[in-house]
Every structure is written in C-alpha cells, then in structure tokens.
Write a protein that binds this ligand. Structure first.
Ligand code: R5P
Length: 314
C-alpha cells in the first residue's frame, strides 16, 4: 500500500507513510515555461499505485495545487482503471481494472474560508473545489478544516481529522502552558480540546474582523496574571488575530505568550510581526513553513484509517 505526493506535501506525505507503515513515492511534477503544470506517475511507482489502497497527499493551495491535485488524481484513476494507452505505445496499453481505493488526503484545504455565499453572486469556493475533487477519488481526508459544515454530504466518504492531540503534546512538552486561549469563537472547539488534553485553564475572545489586516477583540477579563499562555487557532495568515490577542494577554499580566496553529500560512512577514508580540510560534507542516514543529502525519493517518474502514478496504 502506498502514499504518493506531488510538489507541495512531500514531507507530510512521508510522515503519513511512517505513521501507517506504508511506502511513500514522489510523483513527477514540473512546470512548462508558460507555467502550466505537468505530472507523471514514474514507471517504478506504477505497480505500487495499482495496489490497494493508494493515498495521495496534496494541498489545494496555492491555486496551482488545485490543478496539480486534479491531474494527479486523474492519472492515478486511469492507471487503476488499467487505461495506460499512450501516444508512443510504450509498455502495456491496458491492464485489468481495479476496484475502489484512491483516497485524497488534503493537509491544507485552500479556499476553506470561503465556506458561505456571504454576498449574492459569490461562489461557495470550498464546496465547488471539494465537489470537483470528490469526482476523481473514492474518499477524502481533510486536516483541521476551518469549518467542516460546508463539506457535509460530499459524494465520497470523508474524514475530518485533527492535529490537536499532537499540538497539545508538543505544547505540554515544550511550553508547559497554564492557560489556553482561543482568539475567536471559531477556534473554541479546537483550543478547548487542547486545554482539556493538557489539563489547564481555557477561555476565548470575541473577534471582529474589520478587513484582512484589521482585527478588533471585545474587551474581556482573563485570569492570566503571571501565567504562561498559548493561543491556539486553526490557521495563522497575516498574524493580526494572534498579535491583537497577545496584546490583550500581556496587558492583563501574562508572563509568556505562545501562538500555535495547524496551518502556518504566515503571509507577508507574519513571523517577524508575530515575534514582536509572542515568545514562540508553533505549527504543523500542513504547509511548508519555518515553524513546522508538530507532525501532521498521525492525524492524517487517523483520517485515512477512518475512510478505509468506511470503504471496506481494511
Ligand atoms: C479565522 O477565523 C481563522 O480561524 C484565523 O483566525 C484567521 O484566518 C487568522 O488570520 P490572520 O492571521 O490574518 O489574523
């Protein structure tokens, strides 16, 4: 059984393969001079991909990741259907068709935040992309999705998995927080799970986003005087949410403040900005980033096992 990956998730695919005890193969990916993508399943990987099941680990971020994921799934599907016909007539042209067994594991699902039609005429981007990819695989795994409700009822079995157990273990070992803070209502479930696993206090803030770079938190008394606090969120992009929350914590006497998330987008100098407000930044490698210190492999493995069980592939 194999894990395969393209250009954007090689390290995490290896972590998943290690967690499952499977092989990992990197597919061939490159760009044409006009930037269009090219993918190929190398001949030495063909046999592995025709075993059941195969898990493709690939992000839908940045946009080129969507196309690359689609092309890799299309090629894997043809190979498993035994459709090898090629213009140069190389190798066997057909092989026996195989049954279900292609699982797409998405560490960071780009467009997850456009999960509603906020104004008339908008695309519900998260759903549109997930529907398209669901048509090319037999099951899907999403890691720490922003809000799973938009993806309920996809046409293939779906697992929403979380790296919060590994994030909690990492914080406990390296930070030893006395208090976990959710910087907005959307992260309450995640952050409170981390607090529960560590066995420390928890609270949350109410956030209003004025624009992409401006965040306002409602004033709230937090019992953090003299405490070491970790702020836990699903993703950090500009860092604005964390910086404002960290300011409130320092103002109320927190002695140490850390930021932890699953998805470290860290756009436009976010890490430098964050380090003016917090003592440490901790993320998984769902996206390649300079703060990748938490393995996402075990969480993806839990999701893969769940989908395999639903597909009866165990
Ligand atoms: C939003 O609800 C998310 O959970 C994050 O809080 C948000 O995307 C972080 O963005 P930024 O780092 O730009 O404040």
């Amino acid at each position: 059984m194999v894990v395969v990956s393209g250009s954007n998730s090689t390290a995490l695919a290896q972590q998943l393969a290690d967690a499952l005890g499977w092989e990992h193969h990197r597919l061939e990916t490159r760009r044409f001079p006009d930037t269009e993508g090219y993918i190929r399943i190398p001949s030495e990987v063909t046999e592995g991909v025709r075993k059941e099941p195969v898990v493709l680990v690939s992000n839908t971020f940045p946009d080129s990741g969507i196309v690359e994921t689609m092309l890799m799934l299309s090629s894997i599907r043809d190979l498993r259907n035994g459709d090898l016909q090629n213009f140069r007539n190389i190798g066997p042209q057909t092989l026996p068709q195989l049954g279900k067994g292609v699982i797409l594991a998405i560490p960071y699902f780009g467009y997850s935040r456009q999960d509603k039609r906020f104004k008339p005429g908008e695309a519900i981007s998260a759903r549109a992309i997930a529907d398209m990819l669901a048509g090319l695989c037999d099951g899907m795994v999403f890691l720490d999705i922003h809000a799973s409700s938009v993806l309920e009822g996809l046409k293939v079995p779906t697992a929403f998995t979380s790296s919060m157990p590994e994030l909690a273990a990492h914080l406990q070992e390296n930070v030893g927080p006395d208090f976990i803070l959710s910087p907005d209502k959307g992260a309450i479930d995640r952050a409170s799970e981390v607090a529960q696993l560590i066995g420390c206090e928890f609270s949350y803030l109410e956030k209003t986003r004025i624009d992409a770079h401006t965040i306002v938190h409602k004033a709230k008394d937090l019992d953090v005087d003299g405490k070491r606090v970790a702020i836990v969120d699903d993703m950090i992009a500009t860092g604005g949410t964390i910086c404002r929350a960290a300011e409130a914590l320092r103002f109320q006497g927190a002695t140490e403040v850390h930021a932890a998330c699953s998805h470290g987008l860290f756009t436009g100098g976010a890490i430098a900005r964050l380090l003016r407000y917090v003592d440490g930044v901790h993320a998984t490698g769902s996206l390649a980033n300079a703060r990748d210190v938490i393995s996402g492999g075990p969480a993806l493995a839990r999701g893969v096992r769940q989908v395999m069980a639903e597909l009866d592939l165990e």
